[in-house]
Design a protein around this ligand. Structure first.
Ligand SMILES: [Zn+2]
Length: 172
């Protein structure tokens, strides 16, 4: 089994709901700094595997719209930064002072999005019911992880940081 398959199996077996983020992969591939990491990562492959593997386990895969500002939004107060470069790995909110790892902040926003039911489609394009209860998901950015159509591997987890580290180590 490939690393990607093991990763998808691990997540699908462990978590009831997994949130992935739809990313503009074509745009990323045009960026020379990101292209290698993005093309190596196989986001689409991982997303497809997560889709059917969550189904096997009675869970579900939720896809956040690519325009959802998961990284720029403060998970504490909802404030939004006008810009955030990829090199800024720590999120510091000018409004409320929250300081958090960029990926953790984004993961919380994705979890909250899923919990709000605001996302409208699952990975198969079907309707998803609102009301997901979960713990912090795990967010990955291009350059640190996977990609094709999906940039974020997210899972509800009690140990977000642990899971994040796990994913990073799998995909380095
Ligand atoms: Zn804030």
């Amino acid at each position: 089994m490939s690393v990607r398959a093991r990763f998808a199996t691990h997540l699908a077996a462990r978590y009831e709901a997994i949130v992935v983020e739809d990313l503009n992969v074509t745009g990323m591939l045009a960026d020379r700094r990101l292209a290698r990491a993005v093309s190596d990562a196989g986001f689409g492959t991982v997303r497809r595997m997560l889709d059917y593997k969550t189904g096997w386990n009675g869970g579900r895969l939720i896809v956040a719209d690519r325009w959802f500002p998961s990284s720029k939004t403060c998970s504490g107060c909802g404030g939004r930064k006008p810009s955030l470069t990829l090199s800024e790995r720590t999120y510091r909110c000018d409004a409320c002072g929250l300081t958090l790892g960029r990926d953790v902040n984004a993961a919380i926003n994705l979890r909250d999005l899923a919990a709000s039911g605001a996302e409208s489609q699952n990975a198969c394009g079907g309707d998803v019911r609102p009301g997901l209860a979960g713990q912090p998901p795990v967010k990955q950015e291009p350059g640190t992880a996977t990609a094709d159509q999906t940039g974020t591997a997210a899972a509800q987890a009690t140990a977000t940081r642990t899971a994040d580290t796990h994913i990073r180590s799998q995909f380095r």
